[in-house]
Design a binder for this molecule. Structure first.
Ligand code: SAM
Ligand code: DTB
Ligand code: SF4
Length: 340
């Protein structure tokens, strides 16, 4: 049997065509080249998952999975044209969704209380906006304060933010802001035309500068190539600081959207994406996000082995279904996983 030489995964010792490495530690790097990321994706599946699992254990308890629960605080009628999204108003036959106004603060806090009683530790409030309006900021900050008072972590995803809106959310104590890059810069314009990749990076920089934890990831299974999945992770890992939380969504193909008939991604390529995210961003929470409803228990277990440390919990994502709580808890029981 030949044994691969053990080298550390650092810019000095790792070259693009050296695919024989094993990680000694897990360097926090921000200078990944595309070919290095592609070399990770191209590793034999068993080697890749093994390495990811090993890196995972350096910084995370492999038997704990964090539970975040979503709520849509303002649904539908969105002016953006994100090709995957049920909430865009741009699709001529519509997606069958009724648009709503911003929810009342107390209703959001009551729903968060229920989520906490069900076991969720973080509450993620999402709005179908390009950006919030300044007139909504008082309600939004009251939601943050109300949910925090329950002893839960808070997350919001409201679209692009202005500097003053970001500051208001930070002052209210918002723990995380979710804003996904979604895919690679090259593939982005095939999916969204109404705002740019740079717009997204600008919002992420504002959030970071205000001291709010950054949650940023993307979607796979949109018809992108492996090099796009590599590009998405390259963008995220090469940010000045790694995101604290990286949601990896499997596309939920929603009827009425331009991506409704896109060919499904091979599940092993999904696991590879989780594994590469884990290796490149060792300390981040890597969240197994949308798409779990269509995943087998075995596939989800492989994702946990490959470094997923968090899930969206609760029977609804924003507008589409998610596995029922008792189904998730039964899976955790079978795998000896503790919810956190
Ligand atoms: N409107 C805000 C925005 O886009 O910035 C916040 C909410 S938006 C629904 C949050 C994220 O959900 C998107 O960036 C995308 O990554 C993910 N998402 C939306 N629809 C999805 C779908 N059908 N399948 C998988 N992920 C989806
Ligand atoms: C993220 O990356 N995924 C979540 C959250 N951030 C906001 C949203 C998933 C939405 C899935 C489709 C839907 O339910 O509308
Ligand atoms: Fe609007 Fe967000 Fe959906 Fe894009 S992803 S259409 S911005 S709700």
């Amino acid at each position: 049997m030949t044994v691969s030489p053990v080298t550390s995964l650092t810019p000095e010792s790792q070259t693009a065509d050296d695919t024989t490495f094993a990680l000694e530690g897990a360097a926090t790097r921000h200078d990944w080249s595309r070919s290095e990321v592609t070399a990770l994706f191209d590793r034999p599946f068993m080697d890749l998952v093994f390495e990811a699992s090993r890196v995972h254990r350096l910084y995370h308890d492999p038997n704990k999975v964090q539970l975040s629960q979503l709520i849509s605080i303002k649904t539908g009628g969105c002016a953006e044209d994100c090709g995957y999204c049920s909430q865009s108003s741009k699709y001529k036959n519509g997606t069958g969704l009724d648009a709503t106004k911003l929810m009342e603060v107390q209703r959001v806090v009551d729903a968060a209380k229920q989520a906490k009683e069900g076991g969720a530790s973080r509450y993620c409030m999402g709005a179908a906006w390009t950006s919030p309006k300044d007139r909504d900021m008082d309600s939004l900050t009251a939601m943050v304060e109300g949910v925090k008072a329950l002893g839960m972590e808070t997350c919001m995803t409201l679209g692009m933010l202005s500097p003053s809106q970001t500051k208001k959310l930070a002052d209210a104590g918002l723990d995380y802001y979710n804003h996904n890059v979604d895919t690679s810069e090259e593939f982005y314009s095939e999916i969204i035309t109404t705002r740019s990749y740079q717009d997204r990076l600008d919002t992420l920089a504002l959030v970071r500068a205000e001291g709010i934890n950054v949650c940023s990831g993307g979607i796979v299974g949109m018809g992108e190539k492996q090099s796009d999945r590599a590009g998405m992770l390259q963008t995220l890992a090469n940010l000045p600081e790694h995101p604290d939380s990286v949601p990896i969504n499997m596309l939920v193909a929603v009827p009425g959207t331009p991506l409704e008939n896109v060919e499904a991604l091979d599940p092993f390529d999904f696991v590879r994406t989780v594994a590469v995210a884990r290796i490149m961003m060792p300390k981040a929470e890597v969240r197994l996000s949308a798409g779990r409803q269509a995943m087998s228990e075995e596939l989800q277990a492989l994702c946990f082995l490959a470094g997923a440390s968090s899930i969206f919990y609760g029977e609804q994502l924003l507008t589409t279904p998610n596995p029922e709580n008792n189904k998730d808890l039964a899976l955790f029981e079978k795998l000896g996983l503790q919810p956190a």
